[in-house]
Write a protein that binds this ligand. Structure first.
Ligand code: F3S
Length: 276
């Protein structure tokens, strides 16, 4: 009889403090007020958004994850009350961008320009920032004397440091001063490190989380060079063919993945593979 695989969770996985905090704030608000809308999904996870919807919280189609100051002014002009659930780590990145812009720095943000948080950061930079994943993009643009470099909060540490090196070699000596601000989220770094550690001793990794969640995608990205990796949103997506011959199944989950989704995945794996 084949031996049952071990199913192991990463040391750090699932909801981060920023997501727990945001959900707590919005749930309290829903108990006290009617007609609450979030600017874009409060977290990139359909299960969480559906549960909040059941509480009467709907989503309007604009970016959340750290709105730009311009967007906040537009909302205030419409006499709407704002409940700010922006994660303190994202808020720190916004403050860093603002400070650099006010001090006359040009700013380069490591991140996808269409990511909601990056759009917010660009807004705080008063048109003095660009966002890119490729440091060589700075080769042909006119730069001010002083350049600030920072990252969208959930990028990987390794990729950000590679990017910093690339920017420095591209722009030096065209600029006089380069200031690097480490805006990376520690919670994300811990989840990525724990995922890598588990991937090294697993035969397959299952990453649970929203496909539209950047930090979930990044967990899959850091695991896949090490071991067979599958990103799923729900337990229903697990395929039986992933399991034969696997002795250790590793589980990790994005910062916006609720505990129930993780437990459902584990229960389904046990059902399919008889794990313990
Ligand atoms: Fe904040 Fe980091 Fe979570 S930026 S929302 S604590 S992933």
């Amino acid at each position: 009889m084949p031996t049952r695989p071990t199913i192991e969770k990463a040391r750090e996985l699932g909801f981060c403090f920023g997501v727990r905090r945001a959900i707590k704030i919005i749930e309290k608000a829903a108990r006290e007020h009617r007609g609450i809308s979030t600017l874009g999904p409060i977290v990139h996870n359909r299960l969480v958004v559906a549960r909040l919807n059941d509480m009467g919280i709907n989503v309007v189609n604009d970016p959340s994850h750290g709105a730009s100051p311009q967007l906040l002014v537009q909302i205030q002009e419409r006499q709407l009350e704002i409940i700010d659930t922006t994660c303190p780590t994202v808020r720190s990145a916004q403050k860093a961008v603002k400070k650099l812009a006010e001090s006359g720095f040009g700013i380069v943000i490591f991140g996808e320009s269409d990511h909601p948080e990056v759009k917010g950061l660009l807004g705080w930079a008063e048109n003095k920032a660009i966002a890119t994943l490729n440091g060589e993009d700075l080769a042909n643009i006119v730069l001010p004397n002083r350049l600030g470099i920072l990252s969208q909060t959930t990028q990987s540490r390794l990729q950000f440091s590679e990017f910093v090196k690339e920017v420095i070699s591209t722009v030096f000596p065209r600029v006089k001063e380069i200031r690097i601000v480490n805006t990376l989220c520690e919670e994300t770094q811990k989840r990525q490190a724990a995922a890598v550690e588990l991937a090294r001793k697993s035969d397959v990794m299952i990453v649970v989380g929203g496909r539209n969640s950047a930090n979930t995608q990044r967990l899959a990205e850091v695991c896949s060079p090490i071991v067979e990796t599958h990103l799923i949103e729900t337990a229903a997506e697990i395929e039986k063919s992933w399991l034969p011959g696997k002795k250790c199944i590793g589980i990790t989950a994005g910062a916006s993945t609720p505990d129930e989704a993780i437990e459902e995945v584990i229960a389904r794996l046990k059902e399919l593979a008889g794990g313990n």
